[in-house]
Design a binder for this molecule. Structure first.
Ligand code: RRO
Length: 313
């Protein structure tokens, strides 16, 4: 039959699918749903040092015609100690590796959070989010190459173990080159997750002539089908430029077909955001089945047989 298993950061996932950080992962109740689902792993909501309420609502909406979604959540989360506690009590024998997303509002906060996780010495994997587009007054670190390299210079030796970073979408070949050259300097940075939402889109209702979401005059991160091709480009750009590292693909997955495309572009695992938010955790069973059917139809038995093998003309 068909094998959907994969490895990320040295850990085995029974299948390649899990949640995009931010969806179904803020509270223990959310995370329990992820554990009970047919995902191959799970990641927690990006944590800050302190609890955050986030931005005022409405702050997430799906867009018409299955285009995708817009959000300006503003990093609502329970504070890192909550996720540290979850990680301490997590059943690591469950076969689903646990990823912990950290998004400190300063490098000092990221240092304090990483130190606490390192001290706890748990088998979870840290992922540092360099790409939250929605905190008023805080630009995305991923777009400031110098600040990103400086942060990695501090965090990589501190974390010591294999870790990952969550990246914003890049739109210029020069930026792929510069960012990849930075990531290649850090041996224990073993994977990049591409992409976070496409930052600062604006959705306007035609009838009411009003912005759809409340924060930031309606500006928010775009996700879902409309970002698929940007996501595939970023996955493939980093797959080509980071030969000793892995890429986790996220963006635009609504069915097994887009997962297949992410793997062709080079993804070792694939996360689901908007579609998970809209459909709920049963999405993992559906999309695993759809991907299995695609692989059978195409004669592939494992992900390795087509990962990164997108043809060019
Ligand atoms: O919480 C958010 O507003 C948010 C975050 Br931290 C992120 O990384 N990406 C996103 O689309 N929203």
């Amino acid at each position: 039959m068909v094998d959907l298993s994969t490895k990320v950061a040295g850990l085995s996932l029974p299948n390649l699918l899990f949640n995009a950080s931010g969806v179904c992962c803020q509270t223990e109740a959310d995370l329990k749903l992820m554990i009970e689902s047919e995902s191959g792993s799970l990641i927690t909501k990006s944590a800050t040092y302190e609890y955050r309420e986030g931005n005022p609502s409405p702050r997430y909406l799906p867009l018409p015609s299955g285009l995708g979604s817009i959000n300006s959540m503003g990093l609502p989360n329970e504070g890192y100690e909550y996720y540290l506690n979850f990680a301490k009590n997590y059943d690591y024998s469950s076969k689903k590796p646990l990823f912990i997303s950290l998004s400190g509002l300063s490098l000092a906060d990221n240092v304090k959070m990483c130190e606490a996780f390192v001290a706890a010495d748990l088998p979870c994997v840290l992922e540092v989010n360099f790409s939250c587009p929605n905190v008023p007054g805080k630009p995305q670190l991923g777009y400031d190459m110098e600040a990103m390299e400086n942060a990695l210079n501090v965090l990589a030796p501190l974390i010591k173990k294999p870790f990952g970073v969550k990246l914003p979408p890049y739109f210029d070949i020069a930026h792929f080159d510069t960012a990849a050259a930075i990531f290649n300097k850090f041996d224990n940075l073993v994977y990049v997750t591409c992409i976070n939402s496409v930052g600062n889109g604006l959705a306007i209702d035609f009838e009411t002539e009003s912005a759809l979401i409340k924060p930031k005059d309606g500006f928010g991160g775009l996700g879902g089908l409309m970002v698929l091709n940007t996501a595939l480009a970023n996955v493939n750009a980093f797959y080509r430029r980071l030969p000793t590292k892995q890429v986790i693909g996220v963006g635009g997955v609504t069915s097994g077909k887009e997962v297949f495309l992410h793997v062709l572009a080079g993804a070792s695992a694939v996360q689901i955001g908007t579609t998970l938010k809209e459909e709920g955790p049963t999405v993992f069973a559906r999309i695993n089945k759809e991907l299995t059917d695609i692989m059978i139809a195409k004669g592939y038995k494992s992900l390795d047989e087509f990962r990164g093998k997108v043809k060019t003309l």
